[in-house]
Design a protein around this ligand. Structure first.
Ligand code: SAH
Length: 245
């Protein structure tokens, strides 16, 4: 399988520089960096840099071409993105299928993903330069995504194909697993404290402890949460004892 570094995004004839910036941002968030521009209408542009918002390194590295042929010259395969399903003798695939296709290629295969103009998309001649035609399945009555949104969808699919792991360091603490013994201590504690506070009648326990076990088996507790439960039970016991004195 080829790597993300061998994949270039080619924007053809982009009219709005803001879309170029937003596309650069979409790419960078997914770890893609090779941006190629074919005859952009206005570029470089302060608006592109503003919309890139931190992805301006992608913009600065972008290569500008005067033809699609030049942008594709050293690529082995090109995937053309089209909002309209044309009657072309090329099979149309969705982005996920396109990424599956990439998985069949060698490590050093160079790939281009080609996006069209905001108003008119890619011409038939430009689509003829592509071996694969890709359509993002959308609302049939309103199927044209904003250019940068289309870039984001494809970039996301590419990222997902590398089976990224969620970085728990960035979204919160690591959950520490507990053992059967930890749970059994917790249940013993429950039984003691529920008796102390008068909620569990040892002479008529019914199914209470069993239900509590089922509840916590479903809850997938971590060590921190088990400690919180012990803390709550201790506080309840203390309160009950003080009341009885
Ligand atoms: N009116 C144009 C749409 C242009 S949108 C047309 O009919 O072709 C700008 C670019 O975003 C398109 O050229 C295409 O590359 C991409 N795009 C937008 N929506 C898409 C979709 N549903 N599927 C595939 N590509 C799409």
């Amino acid at each position: 399988m080829t790597s993300l570094d061998n994949i270039r995004f080619v924007l053809v004839g982009t009219t709005h520089p803001g879309n170029i910036g937003a596309a650069a941002r979409a790419m960078k968030t997914m770890g893609l960096k090779n941006l190629h521009l074919v005859s952009p209408k206005i570029y470089p542009s302060a608006e592109a840099t503003a919309r890139a918002s931190g992805a301006d390194d992608i913009l600065h590295q972008a290569t500008v071409h005067d033809s699609l042929q030049s942008a594709l010259a050293d690529c082995h395969y090109a995937f053309g993105l089209s909002a309209r399903l044309r009657h072309l003798p090329v099979p149309v695939i969705n982005p996920r299928e396109a990424v599956e296709q990439l998985e069949k290629f060698d490590d050093d295969t160079q790939i281009a993903i080609v996006f069209g103009r905001e108003h008119s998309g890619l011409s038939n001649e430009e689509l003829d330069c592509c071996q694969f035609l890709v359509n993002i399945p959308a609302n049939p009555d309103y199927s044209s995504l904003n250019l940068a949104a289309a870039v984001q969808v494809v970039a996301y699919e590419l990222r997902m194909s590398f089976k990224p792991e969620i970085d728990f360091g960035r979204i919160g603490e690591q959950r520490e697993a507990i053992t059967a013994e930890d749970l059994s201590h917790l249940y013993d504690h429950f039984e003691r404290s529920l008796t102390t506070i008068g909620f569990l009648d040892p002479d008529n326990p019914r199914y209470l402890m069993r239900r509590i076990r089922r509840l916590f088996n479903r809850a997938d507790l971590d060590r921190n949460e088990v400690q919180i439960m012990h803390g709550i039970l201790r506080a309840a016991e203390t309160k009950a004892r003080n009341n009885n004195e």
